[in-house]
Design a protein around this ligand. Structure first.
Ligand SMILES: Cc1cc2nc3c(=O)[nH]c(=O)nc-3n(C[C@H](O)[C@H](O)[C@H](O)COP(=O)(O)O)c2cc1C
Length: 162
């Protein structure tokens, strides 16, 4: 890793701000209305203290756990977010590969810019699918069936959520 490589989320955010058209950056970085919840989320994380443990053997760290019965390398997963192709030409396929490389779970958004088939065939990994439940239940049911079919065809473990 070079010395200019980003080391935390804030630095990735700065890079995104430099690289993305303002409209797309604002979509990813902005929150709803007056952004009270967005600010509160950041504050909540800043209240979590990390206790440094010195002179402790950290050569083997295991943060693995299970989420809804699925194994994951750490209790951190990719939340459903829409329109990844606004940020990267590969869109959700790139996100899926990154999540898979980290052995963590990706929740694919209902508003994805890549198809379920493209994401499912891009790499192995556990993925959940976020569904909006419409008044037209037949549309929701169709999506669930499609996901089931793709997960059986691709032998990926798909889990539906939403
Ligand atoms: C750019 C952006 C797009 C999002 N798109 C979706 C979406 O398509 N579906 C969804 O259920 N949630 C979506 N969310 C909400 C996130 O999954 C998440 O719940 C939210 O950022 C709050 O994070 P928290 O639940 O960790 O507090 C989106 C959030 C952002 C910032």
């Amino acid at each position: 890793m070079g010395s200019d490589d980003p080391v935390n989320v804030n630095q990735f955010q700065q890079l995104a701000k430099q690289l993305l058209p303002k409209m797309y950056y604002d979509f990813f970085a902005g929150g709803a209305e007056d952004e009270h919840t967005l600010k509160d989320n950041i504050k909540a994380f800043s209240r979590i203290m990390i206790l440094p443990r010195v002179l402790v053997d950290v050569s083997r760290i295991d943060m693995s756990t299970t989420i809804l019965g699925f194994e994951t390398s750490s209790p951190i997963m990719v939340a459903p977010t829409s329109y990844h192709q606004l940020a990267h030409p590969q869109g959700e396929v790139a996100t899926a590969r990154a999540a898979s490389a980290c052995n963590t779970i990706m929740v694919m958004s209902y508003s994805s810019t890549r198809t379920i088939e493209e994401v499912a065939s891009s790499c192995d990994g556990v993925r959940f699918f976020q569904v909006y439940v419409y008044k037209r239940r037949d549309i929701t049911a169709h999506l669930v069936q499609m996901n089931k079919a793709v997960s059986i065809l691709r032998r990926t473990r798909y889990h539906l959520t939403g």
